[in-house]
Design a protein around this ligand. Sequence first.
Ligand SMILES: Cc1cc2nc3c(=O)[nH]c(=O)nc-3n(C[C@H](O)[C@H](O)[C@H](O)COP(=O)(O)O)c2cc1C
Length: 448
Amino acid sequence: MSSLIEHPHPKERRIVFENAGKSDYTPDIENYLAHGGYVEARKAFTMTPEAIVNEVKASNLRGRGGAAFPTGVKWGFIRRDDGKPHYLCVNGDESEPGTFKDRYILHRDPHQLLEGMIITCFALNIHLAYIYVRCEYTHAKEIMEKAIQEARDRGFLGKNIFGTGFDLDVYFHEGAGAYICGEETSLLESLEGKRPYPRIKPPYFPAVLGLYMAPTIVNNVETICHVKHILRLGSAEYAAMGTPGDGGTRVLCVSGDVMKPGPYELAVGSVTLGELIFDICGGLRPGRSLKAVIPGGSSSKVLRANEIFKIKAKADDGTIIDKEVPLLDMVMDATSVAAAGSMIGSAGVIVMDDSRNMLWALNNLNQFYAHESCGQCTPCREGVLWMSKLSTRMIAEGTQESDSATLHNIADHIAGRTVCAFGEAASWPTQSFIDKFPEEFGVQIAHQ
Ligand SMILES: Cc1cc2nc3c(=O)[nH]c(=O)nc-3n(C[C@H](O)[C@H](O)[C@H](O)COP(=O)(O)O)c2cc1C
């Protein structure tokens, strides 16, 4: 049974997962209404759109899709009265390895997402919204389309919703299953029926030139679900759950070598990495020790278990000093993970114990990125395939003295030289695996 359905750990703070975590909860509209569903959507229509945007700004909600961009600030880029059509595209591509939170929402609590979308669309004067989901989530289409129909039948979607005079249509769009379609501008190209090549930013910031070249908000599934709870709790209470500048709760998806992998919703910044692994996730397998952690989905930089990083801290006399922090004391929020040299990203925490071979693990990632490069930019198209071929050969035939330098060099020439951040996503694993575990990339005998 999934850790989500079991009793929550005392440190968990379930808001977005409140319904989804109940074993007897079914994703139909009657059940959602019986659990407080659509209360905040109705409330939104008693507020001014500006007041809703201000609440989201004050909540310090940051996007849960990977970039951790402040949601209220993003919404503030939309000018309601510019005379243009506006769109909302909910990003449910969830393609980052190690990330599996949006699937639970889509499958187990689809109306929560629809309610968040209604509030968002009213706040931003949007009358047409899409939910973009990868085709591998086979049940999501069936469940979401049923939920959309149920909401339409009740008058919560379509013309004159809730009798307010506001019109909103929502469509589910199934992607063909490509990692790059999670990148927001590729997602828009895909929605427009084109090959999903990322667009160049600037000028194609979606909030300015998005879907059909109109202002568009792209937000992650989890991000949109938080909006309901900001209106329910009020921005002050919501913000207070998290850290300054990073409010509320967020779902950490823990996978790999822990006894209880799964999605855990926690107040932002409320646990350290050590508490997450050894307390909440039940620790490692018997007899094993921690070797490495990838904290924010496979494209975030790997961290070595015994490393110590420095943060700026206030000393007793008020001066700012460098404080040394062991990795297991790293707080699981965007700022602290960045201070440790990686990123919280999509919060896919991949735990590796001492049974793991880092060259093998890197090769696994390299093969994924080589398969997923869209091919638009030469450094990425050629480079990730080259990295994959080289790490595969290192495993099959043994590592030559110059291999790790060559591998690192290829990664160095991809990152920062591509239209989208896939270049960094594909390069950071190689760079960080070699930097953090040089002894595993030296001369070796073949592993097979
Ligand atoms: C290569 C790549 C893949 C991405 N995949 C996803 C994804 O699967 N889901 C997602 O929500 N965001 C993904 N993102 C981030 C989106 O571009 C975008 O920042 C996000 O959807 C914005 O929503 P948020 O502000 O709510 O986080 C990806 C970014 C890159 C560069």
